[in-house]
Design a binder for this molecule. Structure first.
Ligand code: SIN
Ligand code: FE2
Length: 199
């Protein structure tokens, strides 16, 4: 059963417990090669989430703005995309192209993400596929204009959200976590993977 939240399609429980653990292991391999970093916004404020990427492109934010880059800030190319994440994309994206970027966001108990649109990609006909691992997170979805009505849903470990079609440019964000709701990550918190076609 798919849940429609303001046009974003949430597929509950796409990954079972074994697959979640396997995906965490694949994420750990990425983080060992491309360490998490805490990006700054254009206005020089530190984000509360920590990030890294895998695949051809990684998403970067700093004083120069938001963009995709071929290299980690330390200079190395991004590691290969986790195979299981690509597999999830193939299951739910509905498009024939493969993703070119897997952004890895780590939320600790206090992290959140303000309302924003994903619009640094060249082709908005390609969806964004977002995988949740770890603690529950309150996901807020608005429309294509900032400040409109919103709806919220608690995303759980193993859930997958697809932002496509008319909802591709909907505003969305994470208000807060519910710490301690999952035992998947030994130190708690939440990992979110967002997969995208970039060029
Ligand atoms: C994002 O919009 O980049 C992240 C959404 C999430 O953490 O679920
Ligand atoms: Fe986003």
């Amino acid at each position: 059963m798919i849940v429609d939240v303001g046009g974003i399609k949430v597929h509950p429980g796409v990954l079972d417990a074994g697959e979640q653990a396997e995906l965490v292991e694949q994420v750990r391999r990425v983080v060992r090669a491309a360490p998490l970093f805490r990006p700054e916004t254009k206005r020089g404020r530190k984000m509360s989430v920590r990030m890294t990427s895998a695949g051809r492109y990684g998403w970067i934010s700093d004083r120069a703005g938001y963009r995709y880059e071929r290299h980690h800030p330390d200079g190395q190319e991004w590691p290969p995309m986790p195979a299981l994440a690509k597999e999830v994309w193939r299951r739910v994206s509905g498009v024939s192209r493969d993703p070119q970027s897997c952004l890895i966001n780590y939320y600790d108990a206090d992290a959140k993400m303000g309302m924003h649109q994903d619009r640094d990609e060249a082709n908005f006909e390609m969806p964004v596929v977002s995988i949740s691992l770890g603690d529950d997170a309150l996901f807020r979805v608005g429309g294509a204009e900032r400040g409109g009505k919103t709806q919220s849903i608690w995303l759980q470990s193993g859930d997958v959200a697809v932002m496509g079609g008319d909802a591709r440019l909907n505003f969305h964000g994470i208000d807060r976590l519910r710490p301690g709701t999952s035992s998947l990550l030994p130190n708690g918190g939440r990992i979110n993977l967002t997969l995208r076609v970039v060029d």
